[in-house]
Design a protein around this ligand. Sequence first.
Ligand SMILES: [Zn+2]
Length: 155
Amino acid sequence: MILAGYRLELWGVRMNRIEGGCHCGNLYYVFEASTGLEQLGVRACMCRFCRAHGARNSSDPNGAIQIDVRDPAQLVRYRFGLKTADFLLCAHCGVYIGAYLPDENGGRFTVNVNTFCEPPPLEFPLVPHDFGEENKAGRIERRKAKWTPVTSFRV
Ligand SMILES: [Zn+2]
């Protein structure tokens, strides 16, 4: 399934270009996925934050994401729990777009697919995940292995 936009060639690989962002347009991203959401999977994280937002999350370690913030004063970087990632919310419209793990290579991101310009249907298969037992090192390791490389984060 191609959810939004079109396919393009990137490094010789066919990529699915998916645009999305918060409701008011302050936070915007282009997610280039190497395959469809059926293959990537959509996760329902069982932490209280994701449950409260009804977040549906996906990521692609073989993809790329570019994030743009128009008004940095309206970007909230919320940290909780082990405090290894920034959960990015728009302070103006309140939407949660995904979580950012900073690292030495530009960082990693997991995206809330509800914020795609054309989100997957409500009946899209959702796999519950509970990461509550992870320690800090294990959590960072998993995210570096599974989340999407951030190729640009303009604030
Ligand atoms: Zn907004």
